[in-house]
Structures are given as C-alpha cells and as structure tokens.
Ligand binder design. Structure first.
Ligand SMILES: [Cu+2]
Length: 205
C-alpha cells in the first residue's frame, strides 16, 4: 500500500496545523471569528484626548501651562503574547523640549496626585502610598511603562515603548506627563521625573 504518506509526514502536517500555520490559503469561511474568540484584553486600543483645565477636563487634564490646554494626546496600547507596546503621540506641547511620561495606577483627577503611583508589573513590596517605589529593581522601564517625549519645533512628539509583560488582573489607568525631560534611574530616585504637568486617563479593557 503506497497510497498513504508516511506517518511522520502526517504528524508534521498535524503539528503545523496545531501551531496555527496553514500550508495553503483557506477561504475566509474556514477562519474562526476573531472578534468572538479573542478576549477584549488582547485587542489593541486607542485613546485620544485634548488637554483641558481641571475644572472642565474629563479624561485629559492640564495642571501647568508647560503642558497647555489644547494640546492633543493619543495613546495606542497593543498587547502581544508576552509583551505590550504603548505608543504616545502629542501635539501642541512646548517646542524643542523633553517630557518624561509614565503609566500610573489611577485615573486622572483635579490634581496631579490623583493618578497615584506608577503602574508596576511586579509591585515593589517596600512601596507605600506615602513612599512610592524608588528602587531601581522595580522602578525601571522594564517593570514600569516609561515614554520620554522629545518635542520638535512645532511642539509635536511621539514615543513608543515595548515592555516584557502583559496586563492580567491590573491595568494602568493613566499616563502622566512630568516636567523633567527624562526619568531618574539611581537608587532612591528611580522613577522620579519632577512635577506632574498633565494627565491622560486610559480606559483599558
Ligand atoms: Cu510618573
């Protein structure tokens, strides 16, 4: 009997199929409904807002004219299997300067403090509400989400970071724009970047 392929070939094809690889194009009828089978948590999300003073702001708040009302911010959060990419674009900021930006744990409020501490993948056990994490083992750009913006002569900037974790039971709730151009990394100061100029609420699934 020569009509069947050797068992090894059948197994190889089965393994490719199991790995989600197809050897031939199949009609769209054969594909699973991605929307129905993919949890919302895995979906890329986009968030946009225009900074406004705390009295009138909803999700995008300016606390300081250095990140003025009217500035536009857009964030895209793209989850992958073992990582998450966040891209931030801003227009209408001050030209030719840096701003350190981080993901924080709370939604924005009428003051910069409302956003709470930095979102950490592994939470620093030594941190308290009064004493946020400044330990470089936890306050670093692989365990937190840091996006340092550098604006052009028009006040526009884009920053992107990919962190080696995904959101499970907790998600960041805001991006805070800080006064310093970059984020400190030394022990006792790690994660600090000066005053909070603006905040942008993220509503992740
Ligand atoms: Cu911050």
């Amino acid at each position: 009997m020569r009509s069947h392929p050797p068992p090894g070939a059948v197994l190889a094809v089965a393994m490719l199929a199991a790995a989600g690889l197809s050897l031939t194009a199949c009609s769209s009828d054969d594909l699973p409904e991605m929307d129905a089978t993919t949890p919302a948590k895995d979906a890329a999300t986009q968030h946009s807002g225009t900074l406004a003073p705390p009295e009138s702001a909803t999700d995008a708040v300016s606390y300081n004219p250095a990140a003025p009302p009217g500035a536009e911010v857009t964030a895209e959060v793209v989850p992958a299997r073992d990582s998450t990419t966040v891209e931030l674009t801003a227009n209408g900021l001050q030209p030719d300067r840096g701003y350190a930006v981080h993901a924080h744990t709370n939604h924005c409020g009428t003051t910069g403090e409302a956003a709470g501490p930095h979102f950490q993948n592994r939470v620093d056990p030594a941190a308290t509400p009064d004493k946020p994490s400044v330990d470089p083992a936890y306050a670093n750009p692989n365990n937190e989400i840091w996006l340092d913006l550098r604006t052009d002569s028009q006040g526009s900037a884009t920053a992107r970071t990919t962190v080696p974790f995904t959101f499970t039971d907790r998600t960041p709730a805001s991006l805070v724009v800080h006064d310093k151009p970059t984020t400190a990394t030394s022990p006792g100061q790690a994660g600090t970047a000066g005053g909070r100029l603006a905040c942008f609420t993220l509503r992740l699934p």
